[in-house]
Write a protein that binds this ligand. Structure first.
Ligand code: ATR
Length: 283
């Protein structure tokens, strides 16, 4: 990387950030396109968030990714929030051109799935009702799914999310149910999305949220867990003849979308994916 007087800075704020995969992914993209940019990670403690945003503005930083624990708190320091990010209530990308916040996590999942199938008019089932599910659910609705069923251990939490998504007016048919009902609910589903941590390293032998016998061969199964690369759930999908979509693709496309927001240029996703695979020590 050739850092010069003219180099534009983008980066990440979070706490902690040292294990982030974003710097190598974005810097590979800048290098590939010969762009005069560098991406760095800043560890910002919660009490310093406002001064970090003010400082970034003063320093002429072009854009930031925002990760835990700042995704919600940072919104109050921005001038504008993208409509879907506002519905989600969390921001993971800031464009300093107009101090506008976006949420590219859900877009990342949607683009990962759309590599294999369109979301429009599909019956989508999502497991989990936490932050990741919230980001993805609103984008599933925005991309035209005909039905969304949110499954969770804590059904009340799923119902609250379902109400929020329904109130957005982006989709007509949203339901909540217990994750224990997954087998029957998958019968007429087109896409299953896992946002729970079940099967995540080191718990790779967790019983997957669904088994091959619950699935059918027209199902697309996306697991937001990216380590291991092929989770227990995705193995079940392969055994059922269903189409697996790997969690690493969500990381890739959320980054690609942030890159496009900051630079106005389509991201070189192949170079970014190569860098991601090298960085993430996949188990
Ligand atoms: P994230 O930001 O990654 O979405 P989160 O907000 O902590 O993380 O949400 C985790 C989700 O995974 C929750 O929906 C949680 O279910 P509960 O609300 O019932 O706790 C779900 N989850 C976590 N561990 C799980 C497990 N072992 N089996 C099923 N669901 C699980």
């Amino acid at each position: 990387m050739n850092i010069k007087g003219s180099t534009n800075i983008v980066g990440l704020i979070g706490h902690p950030v040292e294990h982030s995969f974003s710097p190598p992914m974005h810097n590979a993209a800048f290098e590939k396109l010969g762009m005069d940019y560098a991406y760095v990670a800043f560890d910002v403690e919660p009490q310093n968030l406002k001064s970090a945003i003010d400082g970034a503005k003063s320093l002429g930083i072009r854009g930031l990714n925002v990760t835990i624990p700042h995704k919600i708190e940072v919104m109050q320091y921005l001038d504008e929030i993208d409509e879907v990010a506002g519905l989600i209530g969390a921001v993971n990308t800031i464009d300093f051109k107009d101090m506008k916040g976006y949420n590219t996590d859900g877009i990342g999942a949607v683009r990962a799935i759309e590599e294999v199938t369109s979301i429009k008019d599909k019956n989508v089932v999502i497991a989990g009702a936490g932050g990741a599910s919230r980001a993805i659910s609103f984008y599933i609705a925005k991309y035209g799914a005909s039905r969304l069923t949110i499954l969770n251990r804590n059904v009340e939490k799923a119902q609250k999310l379902a109400n929020d998504v329904s109130n957005s007016g982006l989709i007509g048919d949203v339901k909540a149910d217990s994750i224990s009902e997954i087998a029957s609910i998958l019968d007429d589903a087109d896409i299953l999305i896992n946002t729970t941590p079940v099967g995540m390293h080191p718990n790779v032998n967790d019983e997957p949220i669904a088994s091959a016998s619950d699935m059918h061969e027209d199902l697309v199964v996306f697991d937001a867990v990216y380590n291991p690369n092929e989770t227990g759930l995705l193995k079940e999908a392969v055994n059922a003849g269903a189409e697996p979509v790997f969690g690493i693709k969500m990381l890739l496309y959320q980054g690609a979308e942030s890159f496009r927001i900051w630079t106005g240029v389509d991201a070189p996703v192949d170079a970014m994916e190569d860098a991601l695979r090298k960085t993430i020590n996949l188990k």
